[in-house]
Design a protein around this ligand. Structure first.
Ligand code: PMP
Length: 469
């Protein structure tokens, strides 16, 4: 009967929850809080919606972790994965062996990526791809006789990954503290976050000028002969949806180019339409030397990442590898045929469905809906571009005073949104991030905005109740 089926599924859920609590180690989680609250278990997805194990529907306003661009339940991608597994499940790219999906993906990416003649090195995650970038730029400078160029410039609020090297690049304290990371070869510059880093009375262009001068001073102090690369996301995602101030890259790039410091463009969040153009570097006029991609490359159906390597780097690396043996880098799953086949089909579907144009067409409605929330009592700053946005929550709009950390305001909002049936993400600094699948339509944008507004209201009431209690 319906009743007994209901009870069976409840028991199943209860035991799944218990097994989660007993056996899983959750990444990036308040583990003590998790053991009290228990897991939210997803069971399926369709389009922009996901469903929990009790069957409740949520609009996935974060595209997972900024990644499910094409939306959930895409049967074409499932079919391609199954076919590839049946035909040829795995073969490495080591020692010159190859597989058709990897070849086709590299060729497809060469049509998309605005770096002429680039070659593509595949990985499994944004972190390992950025880790490879650190090795590539150092190897390259070694190969051209400048082995002193080793230091890497990054920025406060940057997110480049969690491996030992890339966590050192990431400019968020939680990813450094207590891990004993070797940070001496990474230099963090000021975050380009005008709302927080701009000084009283300073204009946006004066702020950009100050950041430019800071870079000049760092190059002077460290010596151009010791600096290999400058890592930058076009806009910062996990650091708080921070858009570069007007003219930022235009001020920075000539300094990098004059000092032979390679601009590594971390497009893990931005690539494949997020900003309303194919790549974030196009939106912001960046001239990247190399580029890192992941996430929307496969719309998260399979783990895969890619690094674009330009000819000016590949050629000396090719020659140097001859002398030293090989370029000693590669993962078992670099160029995994199933992942590559899914990524090729994902990019084809984006082309066939005009997904980049769709994202650009939806952007005004999406940004407009977020702008309406700028007047909400909790919101100090609202920002975004394309189909990505952030709300920075403040206790006082005038002074920009933050909420006490103990009030966990952004987490409160994210939790309240879940009650409303909307997934958003709380980021450090009390920022609520929104980044829906690129397939979102106008009605769903309105639904998202309505739920977000009700979530903000609910969180405000709950914090007021806590304070008066
Ligand atoms: N770079 C950026 C800009 C990212 O946002 C992320 C992940 N959020 C990474 C790198 C690391 O990617 P991954 O989690 O796949 O290792």
């Amino acid at each position: 009967s319906a009743v007994s089926t209901h009870w069976e599924s409840c028991n199943l859920n209860a035991s799944l929850e218990q097994q989660d609590l007993d056996h899983l180690f959750h990444p990036c989680t308040d583990l003590a809080g998790h053991s009290r609250a228990g897991p939210l278990i997803w069971s399926r997805g369709e389009g922009v919606y996901v469903y929990d194990s009790a069957g409740k529907q949520y609009l996935e306003g974060m595209a997972g972790l900024w990644c499910t661009a094409l939306g959930y339940g895409e049967k074409e991608l499932a079919r391609v994965a199954a076919e590839q597994m049946e035909t040829f499940c795995y073969g490495p790219l080591f020692a010159g062996k190859s597989n058709e999906p990897s070849i086709r993906l590299a060729a497809k990416l060469s049509e998309w990526v605005p770096i002429d003649g680039a070659r593509f090195l595949f990985g499994c995650s944004g972190s390992d791809a950025n880790d490879a970038q650190v090795k590539l730029v150092r190897y390259y400078f070694h190969a051209i006789g400048k082995p002193g160029k080793r230091k890497i410039l990054s920025r406060g609020n940057a997110y480049h990954g969690v491996t030992v090297a890339t966590a050192a690049l990431t400019g968020l304290p939680a990813f450094h503290k207590h891990f004993g990371l070797a940070m001496d070869e990474v230099i963090h510059l000021t975050s380009p976050h005008f709302y927080r880093q701009g000084r009283p009375g300073e204009s946006e262009s004066e702020f950009v000028e100050r950041l430019g001068q800071e870079l000049e001073q760092v190059i002077e102090r460290e010596g151009a002969d010791n600096i290999a690369a400058f890592f930058a996301e076009p806009l910062m995602g996990a650091g708080g949806v921070i858009l570069p101030p007007e003219g930022y890259f235009q001020r920075i790039q000539p300094l990098l180019e004059a000092n032979d410091i390679l601009l590594v463009d971390d497009e893990v969040v931005c690539a494949f339409g997020r900003t309303g153009q194919a790549f974030g570097c196009q939106t912001y006029g960046m001239r990247p030397a190399t580029m890192t991609m992941a996430k929307a490359l496969s719309s998260a159906y399979v783990p895969i990442s890619a690094v674009a390597v330009p000819p000016f780097m590949y050629e000396p690396i090719e020659k140097a590898a001859g002398e030293v043996g090989i370029f000693g880098h590669g993962l078992t799953y670099s160029g995994h045929p199933v992942a590559a086949a899914v990524a090729v089909r994902n990019l084809e579907l984006m082309e066939e469905r005009g997904l980049i144009n769709h994202a650009a067409a939806m952007a005004p409605a999406f940004q407009g809906a977020l702008q309406r929330l700028a007047d909400h009592p909790l919101v100090g700053h609202q920002r975004g571009i394309g189909l990505i946005g952030g709300l920075e929550l403040v206790a006082d709009k005038e002074s920009r005073q933050s909420f006490p950390a103990a009030e966990k305001m952004a987490f409160r909002v994210a939790a309240a949104c879940l009650e409303e049936g909307l997934v958003v993400r709380a980021l450090p600094g009390d920022i609520v991030a929104v980044c829906p699948p690129l397939i979102i339509d106008p009605a769903q944008i309105e639904e998202l905005a309505g739920k977000l507004e009700r979530g903000l209201d609910r969180a405000l009431k709950s914090v007021q109740a806590t304070r008066s209690a």
